[in-house]
Design a protein around this ligand. Structure first.
Ligand SMILES: [Zn+2]
Length: 391
């Protein structure tokens, strides 16, 4: 979903990035502040100052969004749940956790931390604005007051009881605690998220069509996102339970066609044409070390007259563009890192630094489908890791 994001460095040890849609939000909020909110709060000021204050306040809003997500992240880590990264985007922020909270109590604390941070920021900013009114110029006071109110609204909105909102997580934690069944609790929170999403989208439509208010579009988008995200979680939840401790080594292709990095594009294309039916290949060094991946699509981009002079390794995707996991990695952990695109991506599976196999979109889909059919995918003749017999 967030493939194109701008890295913003590490905050409290967590990788933070921003999707480009954040820029749109920054501009929209600045515009709203400079042309409507601030002129009303502090009439008679210079237009330039409205825009400067608006821009600073919008940046402050993004910073408080980041603090909200960081609060989730810090509490999650405290409970032993690693945080892969935080992504800010058009409709807010998302802290991506590696795995699930161990207990209902941890689940609850991680969920509550975000809205609590927003409430604190909102209260502080609004309190500061009230205290500073009269002592400071009306313009910065207006910006601070807006920041306070918007953070309070953010907290309240996030407490609505539907996944994936924080309120949905709280609902899940409470039901999990009372009934002792995490999967069931998650399903209820997801369903509740869909109902909530539909209600928000409907309210947005009414606002947009009958009241002519443009902000309705925002609610429609938000509602649609909630329905979509809750549905995705609802589907992934039971699957995750069933996948259990299945390892990448169990679902990988252990004998893929490999691309020798030092070959020319032309020589490898000829080899690929008569070997197997693959479209993506692991690229190996002369010593057999996995270096990256290359797809037929990557080779196509090399101009025809350069194919005899260009080496495969020069067009291969390497380092951060490639997912590399060990054979003992759980499939659910791989699932969390995003899905490989068919015909373009390949996950490299390593054992002791060497290539053990590869996992493509089809291998993952096959594993999911077999799991849904109550069968555990297993490599014929391949290395089968500890297979649990839980059903
Ligand atoms: Zn949150």
């Amino acid at each position: 979903m967030f493939r194109t994001a701008i890295p913003l460095g590490r905050w409290a040890g967590v990788v933070v990035r921003a999707h480009w849609s954040v820029l749109v939000v920054l501009l929209l909020i600045t515009d709203l502040l400079a042309s409507a909110v601030l002129p009303q709060a502090a009439p008679g000021a210079n237009t330039t100052w409205y825009w400067i204050t608006g821009g600073l306040t919008a940046a402050g809003f993004l910073a408080s969004l980041l603090l909200h997500e960081l609060s989730h992240a810090v509490v999650a880590r405290h409970h032993g749940v690693e945080v892969r990264r935080i992504t800010l985007w058009m409709l807010g922020g998302a802290a991506e956790l590696e795995g699930d909270p161990p207990t209902p109590k941890a689940d609850l604390r991680i969920a509550v931390a975000g809205p609590l941070a927003s409430l604190l920021i909102g209260g502080t900013a609004l309190g500061g604005a009230i205290l500073a009114a009269g002592a400071l110029p009306a313009l910065p006071v207006g910006g601070l007051a807006w920041l306070g109110v918007s953070n309070l609204l953010l907290a309240v909105f996030n407490l609505l009881p539907g996944a994936p909102l924080d309120g949905g997580r709280i609902l899940r934690a409470v039901i999990w605690w009372r009934r002792g069944d995490r999967a069931r609790a998650g399903a209820i929170a997801d369903r509740s998220g869909q109902v909530l999403g539909a209600a928000l989208a409907m309210a947005g439509f009414v606002q947009l069509l009958f009241l002519g208010q443009f902000m309705g579009l925002w609610l429609v988008l938000l509602g649609w996102f909630l329905i979509f995200a809750a549905q995705a979680e609802f589907t992934a939840g039971p699957l995750r339970e069933r996948l259990g401790t299945l390892r990448v080594g169990d679902i990988m292709n252990a004998s893929p066609v490999v691309a020798p990095g030092w070959w020319t594009v032309d020589a490898f294309a000829e080899y690929a044409a008569r070997t197997g039916r693959d479209r993506v290949f692991p690229v190996l060094s002369f010593d057999g070390v996995p270096l990256g991946i290359v797809s037929l699509g990557d080779l196509v981009k090399v101009p025809a007259d350069a194919r005899r002079a260009t080496r495969v390794i020069d067009v291969a995707r390497k380092d951060r563009e490639v997912t590399v996991v060990g054979v003992d990695t759980e499939v659910t952990a791989l699932m969390d890192r995003g899905f490989p695109r068919a015909g373009r991506d390949l996950v490299l599976v390593t054992r002791a630094g060497g290539l053990a196999g590869v996992v493509g979109a089809d291998d993952l889909a096959r594993a999911f489908e077999l799991t849904a059919l109550d069968h555990r995918p297993r490599l014929a003749g391949g290395p089968v890791s500890k297979v649990t017999t839980d059903h």
